[in-house]
Design a protein around this ligand. Structure first.
Ligand SMILES: *Cc1c(COP(=O)(O)O)cnc(C)c1O
Length: 395
């Protein structure tokens, strides 16, 4: 592993402080490094491998599509893309789908659709989006514009780019920013990177009502919390509200890079038209065949039912760690998207976990984030809790 790491240090741009591990292959909820060491994985490639590693039916579907056609461009139709769009419509209740290659690109498209919708209404180019502090929407310039973390934005932006920031779950802070220029209010239904903050039911409902009253679009980013992670296909489905535009990615392709932004028919008919938006790779038959198979497998194996069964057990085990260890302040989260908020940095805890064969990740400096595969069983939760308990006991 050492030589690969040394070569990587010379060839890759230093945008990540990578852990000193070279991952080689995976099976189920386990990963193996180049030296053959086994790790129980509670990160799943950051909420990506919802069905774990090398789910046979999924791999077979990908291989079959490789043998047919990988790419067509969007000047033609391809069947997997049409089928994937229909399936996403069905699980989300949204009406129109645009496929992208990543989460950030889905966010870009969502922003463009909202701005175009407002532009068509009044011809103004001065519209504002209200986003949230501590949000994370991706690293491209458009997605960064709505990301409420100065650390990520500072070097790349003039201060005024038509985005203002409110506080998540603080309706008054949203109201204070609304004016005639506001075209959209945007947030993650459950903030991920920013610290695992689920939206309060009252907040999301009242923002929805405000949006309806003023014809402002509600954009929900479900890139991390979507695809069954919180116990429904999309987290907002548990709140009794519906967004006008939403984004999905990460687990959508089960490891194949793909995302999408979706909208209601009303927004679809009154925003982006031919020539307004495009992508070379987005919606290619390989990536969309992956989406089709993922959604089929969710349904065939009642993956969401399993999440609802196993998540309370994970919560219970994490609650025990909160009770037992002074260093852990509280647990927060929804379904299989959980955070343990600690009283200080968690970097060393995560490194020790790696040493002991457990893959964990942080969210911010003080929070341990749990976004495992959705197929984890009680025995995996037990094993994770036991290793973490051992580490916290030495804290
Ligand atoms: C990961 C993430 C993104 C960005 O997705 P990429 O595929 O990394 O571009 C956007 N929004 C949320 C909520 C995310 O978790």
């Amino acid at each position: 592993m050492k030589t690969i790491i040394e070569r990587g240090e010379k060839a890759l741009l230093h945008t990540y402080n990578r852990y000193q591990i070279v991952l080689d292959h995976g099976k189920g909820v386990y990963l193996y490094d180049k030296d053959g060491k086994e790790y129980l994985d509670f990160v799943s490639g950051i909420a990506v491998f919802a069905l774990g590693y090398h789910y046979k039916d999924f791999d077979d579907a990908l291989k079959a599509q490789i043998d047919k056609l990988l790419h067509t461009s969007n000047y033609y139709y391809n069947e997997p893309a049409v089928e994937a769009a229909e399936k996403i419509k069905k699980i989300s209740g949204m009406d129109r789908v645009f496929f992208t290659n990543s989460g950030a690109e889905a966010v870009e498209g969502a922003i463009k659709a909202a701005r175009k919708y407002a532009y068509l209404k009044d011809g103004s180019t001065e519209h504002e989006i209200i986003a949230m502090e501590h949000s994370f929407h991706g690293r491209t310039l458009g997605a960064l514009a709505v990301t409420g973390n100065p650390k990520y934005r500072e070097a790349f932006y003039p201060t005024d780019n038509g985005v203002v920031f409110a506080q998540m779950n603080d309706l008054e802070s949203v109201k204070a920013l609304i004016n005639e220029k506001t075209c959209a209010i945007m947030f993650e239904t459950v903030q991920g990177e920013g610290g695992i903050y689920p939206a309060d039911p009252s907040f999301i409902k009242e923002v929805r009502a405000l949006c309806d009253e003023k014809d402002i679009l509600l954009i929900l980013d479900e890139i991390q919390c979507g695809m069954g992670r919180t116990g429904s296909f999309y987290a907002w489905q548990q709140y009794g509200v519906k967004p006008d535009i939403m984004t999905t990615a990460k687990a959508l392709g089960g490891g194949v890079p793909v995302g999408a932004f979706l909208m209601t028919e009303k927004v679809g008919q009154n925003s982006l038209v031919a020539g307004d938006h495009g992508t070379t790779y987005g919606g290619n038959p390989f990536a969309t065949a992956a989406i089709c198979k993922m959604i089929d497998l969710y349904e065939e194996n009642n993956i969401i039912g399993h999440v609802n069964e196993i998540a309370p057990y994970l919560e219970e085990k994490l609650n025990e760690l909160v009770k037992k260890h002074d260093y852990v302040e509280l647990r927060r989260g929804m379904g299989l998207m959980q955070g343990l908020v600690c009283k200080g940095p968690v970097g060393d805890i995560i490194k020790k976990a790696h040493e002991r064969g457990l893959i964990l990740i942080n969210a911010g400096s003080d929070i341990i984030r749990f976004v495992p595969s959705l197929i984890i069983e009680k025995e995996h939760v037990d094993k994770m809790a036991e290793i973490l308990d051992g580490i916290l006991s030495e804290q």
